[in-house]
Design a protein around this ligand. Structure first.
Ligand code: LLP
Length: 404
């Protein structure tokens, strides 16, 4: 991918031309960036030769899933919707793992019928439910059990999942009980220990802590797990401080901590694969003078990109028309939605902007479109994929009719 600072070229295409042709707000993905991320991920963990299951919740566009499949990844899904779409996009069920604390009987039944790689169970009740359905279908089902390692991921609280107060996984004690139970079941084939401590993790320490606990717990079970599913969570750099997770260090730490086992490693990365491949192009509708600041009112809003409103997440904003003038006032980038949280960023010394100018919100490939909604009855944006300098519309903007 190349973003030329004067022309804002994404993979050979001028964003101004794209905005004109497809209108705004416009989600735009770079295929070369997705490929680069997958290569980097695979390369960093090559000693492990892991199974990489893309977390579909990060982005569930069917064309993108198809491309990710062609680049060799499987899928981590959390609903019958995601599972169906992953299969429809070409992903082999043998490369699909199913996570989540509340899988319904219908979802479990469907997953069993599709013979997916693993259902990662998160409670005793779920294991009993899987067993009951397996018995009814007279099948032996491959399962994992998700351990809650009580490890702080050191990330935003709302996306932390590995502490004992979180709803995810089971404690060590329950884990050991469930291993015993599953071992003796005629319908369950316990194959995996799974764990996922949170998202947007940039430090190695939480992972190292988690690995020590995983090792300790596996030792106690004295059981040969065919797989250890370490989840996802690998963070990306949303700001300009170049802070990055040391993937190779993580790989070394896995080898060091889990060297006693022959288990195959599974990863479930979402954000790392697709986060920085997405750009949201938006047009300034109005510039409104406020108290000590100017509101830059965009045609994109929190329904298009929820992360700032939900987690106070920061995404870089870049003007498309470069000039050398600096604004004396603070610019507050907001959307048209009737909520004060419909705000992307407050920036000082931003370059001077004018009404109708275009801006680009960066790194929106993960949890951008997938978290979008029709709030305020706003249509979902068009999504395009740029591959080999060609544009493909991968999801059309909803029409008013779609919303009625
Ligand atoms: N595996 C499991 C079991 C998960 O719960 C998640 C994310 C992943 C894998 C993928 O995590 P990733 O590699 O993408 O960090 N909406 C939030 C993120 C929520 C993540 C939920 N679970 C955000 O926009 O930051």
């Amino acid at each position: 991918m190349k973003i030329d600072s004067k022309n804002f070229i994404i993979d050979g295409l001028n964003t101004k031309v794209l905005a004109k042709k497809y209108s705004t707000p416009l989600y735009c993905y770079s295929f070369s960036k997705i490929k680069e991320n997958i290569t980097k991920f695979t390369h960093s963990f090559k000693e492990l030769n892991p199974i990489i299951c893309f977390a579909v919740k990060a982005n569930s566009n069917k064309t993108l899933l198809g491309e990710i499949n062609k680049l060799g990844l499987g899928a981590d899904v959390v609903s019958i919707g995601e599972l169906t779409k992953a299969i429809k996009s070409g992903i082999n069920p043998k490369k699909i793992v199913f996570s989540g604390v509340g899988k319904t009987a219908d979802e479990i039944s469907f997953a069993i019928k599709k013979r997916i790689l693993l259902i990662n169970a998160e409670s005793k009740s779920e294991i009993l439910q899987i067993e009951k359905i397996a018995k009814k279908q007279n099948k032996i089902v491959n399962i994992g059990i998700r351990l809650n390692p009580n490890t702080d991921a050191n990330t935003i609280d709302q996306i932390s999942t590995g502490k004992k107060e979180n709803k995810f996984g089971v404690s060590e004690k329950i884990f050991l009980d469930l291993v015993k139970y599953s071992k003796n079941s005629k319908y369950l084939n316990l194959k995996c220990l799974s764990v996922h401590i949170g998202s947007q993790i940039l430090e190695l320490k939480p992972y190292e802590k988690m690995l020590k606990i995983v090792n300790k717990v596996i030792k106690k079970t004295n059981y040969n797990f065919e797989y250890i599913d370490l989840g996802g969570g690998m963070g990306i750099n949303y700001e300009n401080n170049y802070k990055q997770l040391n993937l190779k260090g993580y790989c070394k730490s896995i080898i060091k901590n889990l060297k006693n086992y022959k288990s195959k490693i599974i990863f479930e990365p979402g954000r790392f694969i697709i986060g920085n491949s997405g750009f949201l192009i938006s047009k300034i509708i109005y510039i409104k003078e406020g108290h000590k600041k100017d509101f830059i009112i965009l045609d994109a809003a929190m329904n298009d990109l929820m992360r700032p409103a939900l987690y106070n997440a920061k995404h870089k904003i870049i003007p498309v028309n470069k000039n050398k003038k600096k604004s004396k006032k603070i610019y507050e980038f907001v959307g048209p939605i009737c909520e004060s949280t419909d705000k992307f960023s407050s920036l000082t010394k931003f370059q001077k902007l004018n009404e109708k100018d275009l801006i680009i919100i960066c790194d929106v490939g993960a949890y951008g479109m997938s978290l979008s909604s029709n709030y305020n009855l706003r249509p979902k944006a068009t999504e395009i994929l740029i591959k080999n300098s060609k544009v493909k519309v991968i999801s059309k903007r909803q029409s008013l009719k779609d919303l009625m």
